[in-house]
Design a protein around this ligand. Structure first.
Ligand code: NAD
Length: 496
């Protein structure tokens, strides 16, 4: 059984805690790896390595850091396929989707290559007579990121590219379900010239996370995962006096107005609901069909499902792979029974797919119609290939329903009416909005973040907001007066 260990101070370090987790190939259902689970002491060793590396790295010139980030980009780009194969082997998503994940992660490295420009401060000459004021942003020191299973390469890159470019040392605690991609990325980044200790990976579970939260030398925590854990991380990090951003789960609605092109809306709903087997925080999990569009839209979605090619992610013609674990697959499937018992209509039951009863953690695409907001399949984040359809009679009813939902990650509208789309953009309570775009993940030079219980904290992740998150501001007010003019003045300094 191959073992996945930690990466500390530039080398692979076998775990000593005696605790290990199991890692599976979701396409076969068989265990392929063991992963070390770090103890509090092992986390402390990683923090110490990061602390000593951060001192020199934070004083490295912007020119040098940018040069190294360009090399990081080259190294990751040259190994896109290897990273994608590591993702597919442990997450299960199809290879083309994994390649897309790597590409979106690389956008964050592209952005970080511009760090000299991003960190250039402001200068106000003669802010007061003989006085100049300027601002700089300096690294925090040691920062940590805790990432979910569903994007084992992209979400780490959302965090670490900016964190490192800003002059910090970073400790990544990846998901214990699919830790291989993070090790590959760490080794590639170290090989590209990032000094030892600037990027460390500690494998682990709650023990490692709690150790990072409590460690006095960890200055900031970036978390992405489910809402209950995000809320706890936010509260604990704040309790320990740390800067924190904790991105949580989602229930993303796609509103389809009566004037929308039905086939285009159905294509988009199917792509966004079942891509990556629905294990995306920006997946569409609810279609809100307005007025007469409902019946033809449900029919059009249902007609597409038997054509989806479901199979192992590594097989070239698969479009949708398995779910990440057997337990998760079974939990997702349980929502189909609950929906039926609660009065919804199960249009397509994914358990009838032939793959469901074979090897691996497969579940076919499921479609549930006539869902209401009190049903479990609407109230919970299912995080699997189950799409619910809710019917609304008017736009107003639809927007009220979307805004009453406690999550606010993404929301989309499908329409040919520019005025309605503009109104939706203004009124919808979500952090990322798509107009005829079902998965509106912002490009790397904008920032990503939801509203309400999809994000605890006030700063979004990657892009411009990440530069603020991973640095602290300093404003310097200076003057060089002639000492002969010096005098005591107890008044509060005023501008002149
Ligand atoms: P998760 O919350 O179970 O785990 C996320 C991370 O937290 C992992 O590293 C895990 O080891 C750690 N963790 C788990 N339990 C913990 C505990 N009790 N204490 C401390 N740490 C703990 O999430 P997941 O199942 O890996 O990922 C799926 C979830 O992530 C979904 O809810 C999805 O919506 C969300 N997600 C959100 C975004 C976003 O940008 N908002 C992006 C991707 C995924």
């Amino acid at each position: 059984m191959e073992r996945i260990s930690h990466f500390i101070a530039g080398k692979v370090v076998p775990g000593e805690s005696g605790r290990r987790g199991q890692v599976f190939d979701p396409a076969t259902g068989r265990q392929t790896h063991e992963v070390d689970l770090a103890s509090t002491e092992e986390v402390a060793r990683a923090v110490e390595a990061a602390r000593s590396a951060a001192r020199t790295w934070g004083l490295t010139s912007l020119a040098k850091r940018a040069e190294i980030m360009f090399r990081v980009r080259q190294a990751l780009d040259a190994h896109r396929g290897d990273i994608a194969r590591a993702i597919t082997a442990q997450h299960g998503k199809v290879l083309s989707d994994a390649m897309g994940e790597v590409a979106r992660g690389l956008e964050n490295v592209d952005y970080a290559c511009g760090i000299p420009n991003l960190l250039a401060g402001r200068y106000a000459e003669r802010a007061s007579t003989g006085v100049d004021v300027y601002s700089v942003r300096q690294p925090l020191g040691v920062v940590a990121g805790i990432t979910p299973f569903n994007f084992p390469a992209m979400v780490p890159l959302w965090m670490l590219a900016s964190a490192i470019a800003c002059g910090n040392a970073f400790i990544l605690k990846p998901s214990e379900k699919d830790p291989l991609a993070s090790m590959l990325i760490a080794e590639l980044i170290a090989g590209a010239g990032v000094p030892d200790g600037v990027l460390n990976v500690v494998q682990g579970d709650k023990v490692a996370v709690d150790a990072l939260l409590a460690h006095p030398d960890v200055q900031a925590i970036s978390f992405v995962g489910s809402t209950p854990i995000a809320r706890g991380i936010y509260e604990s990090a704040a309790h320990h006096g740390k800067r924190v951003q904790a991105l949580g789960g989602a229930k993303n609605h796609m509103v389809v107005l009566p004037d929308a092109d039905i086939d285009m809306a159905a294509d988009a709903a199917v792509s966004a609901a079942y891509g990556s087997a629905g294990e995306r925080c920006m997946a569409v999990s609810v279609v809100v069909a307005v007025g007469a569009v409902a019946d033809p839209l449900v029919d059009a979605i249902a007609a597409r499902l038997p054509k989806l090619r479901i199979g192992p992610g590594a097989e070239a013609d698969s479009e949708m792979g398995p779910l990440v674990t057997g337990a998760h697959r079974d939990k997702v499937a349980s929502y189909i029974d609950a929906a039926r018992a609660q009065g919804a209509k199960v249009v397509v039951d994914g358990r009838e797919h032939e793959r469901y009863s074979g090897d691996g953690f497969f579940l076919g695409a499921s479609l549930i119609d006539h869902v209401t907001t009190d049903m479990d399949c609407y109230r919970d984040e299912i995080f699997g290939p189950v799409l619910s359809t809710v019917r609304a009679s008017t736009y107003d009813e639809a927007i009220t329903l979307v805004n009453a939902n406690p999550w606010g990650n993404g929301a989309a509208i499908f329409t040919r009416d520019g005025g309605a789309a503009r109104r939706f953009g203004e009124e919808v309570e979500a952090g990322m909005v798509g107009v005829n775009v079902p998965i509106p993940v912002p490009v790397g030079y904008f920032s990503f973040g939801g509203w309400k219980q999809s994000l605890f904290g006030d700063v979004h992740i990657y892009g411009p907001e990440s530069v603020n998150f991973y640095t602290r501001a300093k404003v310097i007010t200076q003057r060089w007066p002639d000492p002969a003019t010096s005098a005591v003045d107890l008044g509060f300094p005023q501008t002149r």
